[in-house]
Design a protein around this ligand. Structure first.
Ligand SMILES: [Zn+2]
Length: 336
């Protein structure tokens, strides 16, 4: 078994250990591909620190290599790994509301991740992939699932304008879903490469927040009504004031993700506009729907798929990677 450990920022170590015997209730998965994203790169470069040594890797596809008798999966099944394990103990879990679990384990975030060649996992977090979905596309399942949880929390209405503030490509996935559910996405980003991609994807309203006053643009687009629902990806580079100015009275602002970036919105502002603020933190629970949306092409991630890089040479690859080149395309780490 090979595992990449991050001993400290920018210091990777490939550790080899003898294979483990499979426990009764687990499935052994040979990992085939892992997604190299901005957030993985942020952990690597120390932008967000961890308890070291740490195993990165949140999005991975694998093949079942060994099963216990009880498993529903078979050897050689291709699977997407759902990177969340709810605690099953807290009040939310007991009310079957797992995505709000307060003690959730998330691989590659608050627990060791998937940057290894073999891993033993419970079959409940393994989702069999249909033949017509490529590994590369399937690597984005957790992003689609996360965006589905955002859509679910917003209770979209047909024809309603939804402002999406995003400095990352996850916003592009959400914009497609919002359009699919017949609301009208307004994609706002400070990254021109993402704004251009949103236009290519057929998103009608795409705003580069570096070039225009975003609230003014949203006022024009909405005929002065502004937005009743807004999504702010918490790892984005925006002033909260822009989000606030784009909100209608009684609007709901969804804070997506759990970045440690700080942004100011005063209690007075929230009261003056009667704003409702809520958070969506993960993609737990919507994996099967997400796989279906990728298979049917309702969500297009073709242009988010970047170069293939080698698992064995990952230390060299990361030493020569920049945040900039991962803005639109994530790299694919291929495990031989
Ligand atoms: Zn729980």
């Amino acid at each position: 078994m090979k595992t990449w450990f991050l001993d400290q920022p920018k210091q990777l170590r490939l550790h080899e250990s003898p294979p483990t015997a499979l426990q009764d209730n687990l499935v052994k998965v040979k990992i085939e591909q892992i997604l190299l994203t901005n957030s993985l790169f942020g952990i690597y470069s120390g932008k967000s620190s961890r308890n070291y040594p740490f195993v990165m890797g949140r999005n991975a596809i694998g093949v079942v290599s060994e099963v216990s008798d009880k498993s529903m999966l078979r050897k050689m099944d291709r699977v997407a790994i759902e990177p969340y394990i709810p605690c099953e103990q807290c009040e939310e879990c007991r009310s079957n509301n797992h995505s709000d679990c307060s003690e959730i384990v998330e691989f590659g975030q608050n627990a060791d991740g998937l940057l290894q060649n073999f891993i033993d996992l419970p079959c409940t977090i393994l989702h069999q992939l249909p033949d017509n979905l490529s590994n590369e596309k399937a690597l984005f399942v957790s992003y689609v699932s996360f965006c589905l949880n955002i859509v679910d929390s917003l209770k979209l209405e047909k024809g309603r304008h939804i402002a999406i503030f995003s400095s990352t490509k996850t916003g592009l996935i959400l914009a497609q879903l919002v359009a699919y559910y017949q609301a009208v996405p307004i994609f706002c980003s400070n990254e021109e490469v993402l704004v251009a991609e949103a236009r290519k994807l057929g998103i009608l309203y795409c705003i580069n927040t570096e070039e225009v006053a975003v609230a003014k643009e949203i006022q024009i687009v909405t005929g002065g009504r502004m937005c009743k629902e807004l999504v702010y990806f918490s790892d984005s580079e925006f002033k909260m004031k822009d989000v606030y100015d784009s909100a209608a009275q009684n609007a709901t602002i969804c804070l997506a993700g759990y970045s440690n970036k700080d942004s100011r919105l005063s209690v007075a502002q929230m009261c003056q506009k009667h704003l409702k603020i809520m958070g969506v933190y993960n993609g737990l629970g919507n994996f099967s729907s997400a796989i279906n949306l990728l298979v049917t092409g309702k969500v297009n991630v073709d242009n988010l798929i970047g170069d293939v890089v080698s698992f064995e040479k990952l230390d060299q690859v990361l030493a020569n990677t920049t945040d900039e080149e991962l803005k639109l395309k994530s790299k694919i780490i291929k495990v031989e």
